[in-house]
Design a protein around this ligand. Structure first.
Ligand code: ZN
Length: 185
């Protein structure tokens, strides 16, 4: 459960620690604003992918399903700065599929918590494998990390790409090739 009072106190302390006057008009409501914002930014902490992936539909075909360009925003757990970009999810159904919006909801569950991109990529793939039991799943994430662009090495525009493959995507190379072909605009 997200503790709003604790966040407020911590933000006040942080502002004081950098030498700010927390009573000035621009900052007076900031701790409260951030506490409320955290409910949204870290709302995935209180969720699992079981809920969005619970409503499934039977299908006969086992053709690959690809949902590409799912926009996400997450927070790097090393710096608490945003990283954001696109997630592409493909799976080969084994008798059932989920509504496409549920894949986007699954991304939200894992994005809205302190994260590292590699872990988020494999968590999304594992959740789909576990809940939907497809023949295989492949997830690719392309993201820009604010901790790379506004601090440290300052390389704006650089993208980090991570991939996770499970099931038939691991064993059948042709499926991975098809995934990359389908991603091309
Ligand atoms: Zn970082």
């Amino acid at each position: 459960m997200i503790d709003q009072e604790k966040i407020k106190a911590a933000v006040t302390q942080l502002l004081e620690a950098i030498g700010e006057d927390t009573s000035r008009p621009g900052l007076v409501d900031t701790p409260d604003r951030i506490a409320r914002m955290c409910t949204e930014l870290f709302g995935g902490m209180e969720q699992t992918a079981a809920e969005p992936l619970s409503k499934r539909f039977p299908v006969d075909s086992s053709d690959m399903v690809l949902e590409k360009d799912i926009t996400f925003y997450s927070m790097c757990e090393h710096h608490l700065l945003p990283f954001y970009g696109k997630v592409h999810i493909a799976y080969v159904p084994d008798g059932q599929v989920v509504g496409l919006s549920k894949l986007a909801r699954t991304v939200e569950v894992f994005a809205r918590r302190p994260q590292i991109q590699e872990q988020m990529t494999s968590q999304i793939a594992a959740a789909i494998m576990e809940e939907l039991h497809p023949k295989g799943v492949m997830v690719m994430v392309e993201a820009e990390h604010m901790c790379m662009t506004m601090r440290g090495v300052k390389k704006p525009g650089s993208k980090t790409v991570t991939v996770s493959t499970l099931g038939c995507f691991e064993t059948e190379e042709g499926l991975q090739t098809r995934f990359f072909q389908m991603l091309r605009p």
